[in-house]
Structure formats: C-alpha cells, structure tokens
Design a binder for this molecule. Sequence first.
Ligand code: NAD
Length: 215
Amino acid sequence: MSAIPAATVGRLVTYLRVLTELEQEGVRSASSDDLGAATRVSAFQVRKDLAYFGRFGTRGAGYTVATLRRELRRILGLTRPWHVAIVGMGRLGQALADYPAFDRQEFRLVAAFDVDPAVIGRRIGAVQVESLASLAEVAAERAIDLAFLTVPAAAAQGAVDALAAAGVRGILNFAPVVVTAPENVRVEAVDLSAGLQRLTYYVQAEPATVGEVTG
Ligand code: NAD
C-alpha cells in the first residue's frame, strides 16, 4: 500500500465527500465522468485512483454510490471511531476543540493538553484541558490515536516525541516547523501561510518566469 501516491489519498477524501453529498441527494449511481466533474479531475484520473484498490463499478453502468462510498470509507480507515487529542490549547487549539465536526462518529475528541497552568483545568468544548505531563497515562487510558499539534514552533518537536512515545500514530502539525517522527508515526503538516504563498504566486501581477538566480 505504500506505493499509493499521497495525491491519490487526498483525492479519495474528496471523492468520498462528493459521494456522501450524492447519497444525501438520493442519487444511486455515478460515472467516473460525474465524479471527475464534481472533483475537478478527469474521469481517467478517477479510474486510475480507484484502480489502486481493486475493481469498482461496471463498465458502462458506473458506480453504485452507496457501495463505492462504503468501500472508500473502508479504504480510508473510517469504519471505526478514532480518538483524537489536541496538544496546545491556545487560540488555535481552543478553536479546534469547539469545532462541531467532533460530534461525528469517526473522530472523537477525547483529550486536550497544555503546559500553562492558566489553561490547565479549563473546560473548552467537550474536553477539560490536562497537563502535558499526564499525556502518556491519558493516551493509554483513552486509546488516543491521533493528535492536533497546536503548540509554538519551538515546542513542536518535543511534543511530537512525547506523542510518539505515548503511542499516538498520526499527528496533524499546525506549527510552522518541520518535525521528525519515528517511521510508524505519520505527520501531516497544515500551513495556511504556505497556502497564501501559493496563492500569491498565481495572483501576483506578473507571475515570475524562469530567470537567473544569483547568490
Ligand atoms: P498560542 O500561543 O495561542 O497557543 C499555544 C499554546 O501551546 C499555549 O496555550 C501554550 O501554553 C501551549 N504550549 C506551549 N508549549 C507546549 C507544550 N510543550 N505542550 C503543550 N502545550 C504547549 O498559539 P496559537 O495562535 O494557538 O498557534 C498555535 C500554533 O499553530 C503556532 O505554532 C502557530 O504558529 C500555529 N498556527 C498555524 C496555523 C496554520 O495555518 N497551520 C495557523 C495559525 C497558527
């Protein structure tokens, strides 16, 4: 499975969202063209992405929405609930703790950690903030699988090490720093500034062309 391109995994998430909307609208079947149009990729790309995981749909008849949706949920590991923690309960951590998506079945916010005594003990959203010192104990007790990392950049690597040692397998890192983690821990970075910088590349008055770089 390691040969699956990350871009394919990203598109599977989008296909799943589209299929969920189609199912809610009562649509029973969809073609690669439909899925491609809804996700802004070609029908060929849709078929190629799905082919990594087996055969879906029937030539000419397309896919049964409910079946493909179920299969994508299985492929993405969404058939069991995942226990999520937040490390760093400042502005961003508190906003995430209040985010209503955690009412859903697949992701359950089960803990929140900080090092600041001013925030430890406070209830925010569905969780009470606990001391980072209790991470290992709480992670084992509540089977924490995944974590949002919303600490200052300087604290990020230490927090990743502590999360990995506590058995957390996936980290969504919001801190603007590249961190390293053991092989069995997956780290995904979320960076809004990088998104803005990609935008400015495209919307600037005269996009840069290949030129000479000196220095
Ligand atoms: P903040 O200063 O409001 O909150 C940081 C919190 O982390 C504080 O409560 C602090 O006590 C806590 N903390 C510090 N060290 C810790 C540790 N070792 N373990 C646990 N908690 C610890 O900052 P913020 O505005 O919420 O931003 C949090 C992080 O997210 C920063 O790194 C910031 O640069 C980043 N950020 C990223 C994006 C993005 O697009 N990815 C957007 C906004 C902020």
